[in-house]
Design a protein around this ligand. Structure first.
Ligand SMILES: Cc1cc2nc3c(=O)[nH]c(=O)nc-3n(C[C@H](O)[C@H](O)[C@H](O)COP(=O)(O)OP(=O)(O)OC[C@H]3O[C@@H](n4cnc5c(N)ncnc54)[C@H](O)[C@@H]3O)c2cc1C
Length: 515
């Protein structure tokens, strides 16, 4: 089989670097003498990006797997629960049609008794989410997703978190070094040394000498120090599909510290992009994601300040240019990119941490058994991760191309055929006369599945016409049965669940039962 890999060096101490180091150290048993050594080097004078506060439910699985306590996450990262993304004013221009919104829920549609979707399409009373799930109504009632007596990571509803990005990075760092055996080096990488075949031999640093390893993980952020600058793997720009390339971010204190905290990310569409609004325990995180081709920075600042109201007048906004796209390859020779160095698109569906978590775990689970296996492992990784990024772009773009807004060039451009990937256009054409189904989502690398598409398509009232499929309306009793089950569940959950802030206070004070 050839020689095994004995040491991995991760460059970068942002959330991506620490997620990668945790996954690798856990899987490769770094704390044991026979385990693979995992080291992380971080430059003390290069800050992390410091944003990335929204997650998706898959993070719970990873945190539990890594052995991180949910109670500690909530206590140490100012974390709150997230049960949905609420898309406000995405479908119609609010100035002409009034404010409109829908939920992309984390609970899957509960359609086991019989699928209400065809009936809702035939007669769309109320929201689609409410026709197939109870979670939207629980969120609107201000309730959290779990009982204070439920064990860590278990819930009445599916959920993820909003968290302080810097504190989350610090928690991962403590866990990786304290529990999993990750070695930490504070030093700046200045230069790269190469083997004759062009693979990386070592990294020259300012204060820790030359650091050698068998495999290098580039988690150095947008700069892509190893994969981009060193190995010259180009970025595939995706701005032809996703037009937003700038963000303005700010942290807004609560006026009243006891104010209720929304259990969803609020994503409000504006004339040249959208605003995220995320409630943590002690503050809100806000940002305007916009297209610089459709708005000046001054106009963008005015939009965000108007949203914040007078409470934010004295706050300084931070502008973050976004590199929209992904690398042509993610694993080149003995270097793998995890994090912003791998790729990034606007954070509409919190795909950053999701992609970096998935790909870090994929790398750890599929770790090459020997040096000789590296080229085959790299080929597979590149194929799967490339496919995943294409699907992420399809799903993020879906939100834009279903909009009926025509109040600015931004929204019109977002609907022009040239800005819609062929794969998405093909699915949309098919779904005009056919319900989306599991057959459309057979690849496990697809990241977003049927449930996600259903909520966005029908949250935006996509006009699927089922005239050619009368068989789908053959079981009204089944759909009624589903409705009755949902009503019963709603009543029960509504009487058991605590208001979101009260639930968080309880957990911070008393903790949750460990799994
Ligand atoms: C506007 C915006 C909003 C976002 N919102 C979300 C969200 O809601 N949800 C989500 O999941 N994701 C979000 N993201 C993505 C999120 O920020 C990233 O997933 C995450 O922070 C990972 O960043 P990173 O670790 O790759 O890079 P960074 O945080 O930039 O870290 C880079 C690290 O590399 C180190 N480094 C760089 N150069 C050197 C060197 N020469 N030597 C040694 N070390 C070096 C730095 O010191 C630093 O530790 C958002 C991103 C942006 C831009």
């Amino acid at each position: 089989m050839g020689q095994g890999l004995r040491k991995v060096l991760v460059v970068g101490g942002g959330t991506a670097g620490w997620l990668a180091a945790n996954h690798l150290a856990k899987r490769l048993q770094s704390r044991l003498p026979q385990g693979v050594r995992v080291c992380l080097v971080e430059a003390p004078d290069i800050p992390t990006i410091g944003v990335g506060e929204g997650t998706v439910p898959a993070i719970r699985n990873s945190l539990a797997y890594l052995g991180i306590s949910e109670t500690e996450l909530i206590r140490q990262c100012d974390a709150t629960f997230k049960q949905s993304i609420q898309f406000i004013d995405w479908e119609q221009d609010p100035a002409r049609h009034g404010s409109n919104s829908y939920h992309h829920l984390f609970d899957y549609p509960e359609i086991l008794g019989g699928d209400p979707t065809p009936f809702w399409l035939a007669d769309p009373q109320g929201s689609y989410a409410d026709a197939v799930a109870i979670q939207g109504r629980l969120i609107e009632a201000g309730l959290g997703p779990k009982l204070a007596t439920q064990a860590e990571y278990q819930g009445v509803c599916q959920y993820a978190y909003h968290l302080d990005a810097a504190k989350f990075g610090a928690l991962l760092a403590r866990h990786g070094t304290g529990k999993l055996g990750v070695e930490y080096i504070r030093a700046k990488v200045l230069d790269i040394g190469y083997h004759p075949d062009g693979s990386i031999r070592c990294l020259h640093t300012d204060s820790a000498g030359a650091l050698e390893a068998d495999l290098f993980v580039d988690a150095s952020g947008f700069g892509a120090l190893l994969l981009g600058q060193g190995l010259k793997v180009p970025l595939k720009d995706q701005r032809q599909f996703l037009l937003c390339d700038q963000a303005l971010a700010v942290q807004l204190p609560y006026q009243d510290p006891a104010q209720p905290i929304p259990c969803a990310t609020l994503a409000t569409a504006k004339e040249a992009g959208w605003i995220w609004d995320i409630g943590l325990t002690g503050r809100r995180g806000l940002g305007y994601v916009y297209s610089s081709a459709h708005s000046s920075h001054e106009q963008a600042e005015a939009v965000l300040r108007q949203y914040m109201g007078p409470g934010g007048d004295d706050l300084v906004l931070r502008r973050i240019p976004m590199q929209v796209g992904y690398r042509e390859r993610f694993w080149e020779k003995n270097c793998v990119a995890i994090g912003l160095s791998q790729g990034f698109v606007e954070p509409l569906e919190a795909t950053g941490l999701l992609m970096f978590d998935i790909t870090a775990r994929m790398l750890a689970d599929q770790f090459p058994a020997s040096q000789a296996q590296i080229p085959a492992a790299a080929r597979r990784f590149n194929q799967r991760v490339g496919y995943a990024w294409e699907r992420v772009i399809d799903f993020v773009k879906l939100h834009y191309c279903l909009s009926k807004r025509d109040d600015s060039a931004f929204w019109l451009d977002n609907r022009s055929a040239a800005t819609i990937p062929d794969s998405l256009a093909d699915n949309l054409a098919y779904w005009r006369h056919q319900l989306p189904s599991h057959y459309d989502f057979t690849d496990i690398s697809a990241v977003f599945g049927l449930e996600n598409y259903l909520y966005v398509l029908y949250g935006m009232h996509y006009p699927t016409d089922l005239a050619g499929r009368p068989d789908l309306l053959a079981d009204p009793a089944g759909a009624r049965h589903t409705q009755a089950r949902l009503s019963a569940r709603l009543q029960q959950a509504g009487s058991q669940l605590l208001p979101h802030r009260q639930l968080l206070d309880r957990i911070r004070q008393h903790g949750l039962q460990k799994i």
